[in-house]
Design a protein around this ligand. Structure first.
Ligand SMILES: [Zn+2]
Length: 126
């Protein structure tokens, strides 16, 4: 069937894109990790934070960074799964319905595992 499989050069293209995204993500994670360590030091340094105007700022910075870390970890899992699908040849196929994922969607979001219809249905469930 036409377009049901991606050719080798297309797969290679997405492998490169995904690996670049993965590297970028790891870099961000390392960066956030450094920031978290700094916030931790700042937080531990302020034992009586009740009178400390920085207190709430540190707390909100902490939750912002841990939120970013969690989002980054989830994204990394998604990218790893996409790379595994490049390896086994199922990349570009919706993991839910088995139909090909539109090329435009893959270009916009290479790690996408659902076609647009299934993604929409998944969104509606939330
Ligand atoms: Zn689908």
């Amino acid at each position: 069937m036409e377009n049901s499989r991606l050719d080798a050069s297309t797969l290679e293209h997405f492998r490169t894109v995904l690996e670049a995204q993965r590297a970028e993500l790891l870099e961000q994670t390392a960066h956030h990790e450094t920031s978290l360590a700094e916030v931790r030091v700042a937080r531990d340094g302020e034992s009586d934070d009740e009178h400390d105007p920085e207190g709430p700022t540190i707390a909100s910075e902490w939750s912002r960074l841990t939120g970013l870390q969690e989002a980054g970890a989830r994204e990394l899992t998604v990218i790893d799964k996409a790379l595994a699908r490049v390896e086994n040849g199922s990349f570009g196929i919706c993991t839910s319905c088995g139909n090909p994922i539109a090329r435009a969607r893959l270009d916009a979001r290479p790690a996408a595992e659902l076609c647009i219809d299934c993604a929409r249905r998944a969104e509606e469930r939330h």
